[in-house]
Design a protein around this ligand. Sequence first.
Ligand code: GRF
Length: 232
Amino acid sequence: MKRKARIAVFASGTGSNFLAIVKAVKSGLIKAEIAFLLCDNPGAPVIEKAARAGIRSLIVSCGDFPSRESFEAEVLYALRRGRVDLVVLAGFMRMLTPEFLHAFPGRVVNIHPALLPSFPGTHGAADAASYGVRLAGCSVHFVDEIMDHGPVIIQAAVPAIPGEGGEALAARILKLEHCIYPQALSWLAEGRLAIEGRHVRVDGAAPAACGPAALPFLTSPGLEPAFLPTLP
Ligand code: GRF
């Protein structure tokens, strides 16, 4: 029998996506195992969340290493020792080098709180709100050497509410992140994704799905029912 894919989640902050992923793994929605959480910020709340969920944390501060290369060498060593197949960035505030990405080709993914290629960078949702977009959202994508740039796996769009600030919009988007990231990881863990140039083929997924009227959103490809958000 083929063994389950082993995931390492890299996070630097709050860890709400980390928790959504852990829940989806524990409930069997994502057919994978979490090898460990890697955190580069010793004060991050995600560490406590991992402890409560019984997931091992590895705290590796870049500042403790003489160079970025030696930091990444340590991280790669941990990934190999943990027999990690997939690297999942969930609010990890550090760019990975091309050398690192070459060690995990097509196996590093990220979530971004904007509809890429619009509003890359660290304040995606706030930038979208200030710009005055009518539709905002989030994207799960494969990671390449350019920030927030690799092939897109799934996006979710929500209407922007006129006058709503960046923080409120980011909070609404975050709820959808907690649905589309587990969905994308379940496809990835089941080997249902293929990168074809800039495009990602998702085997067996519905083209799109809409949320209920009370919770308007659109995702493409479609979320499977088990990944739909629950009404407040
Ligand atoms: C999310 O908005 C994610 O899109 C971005 O960083 C944030 C992480 O939030 N990459 P959390 O730590 O998962 O709550």
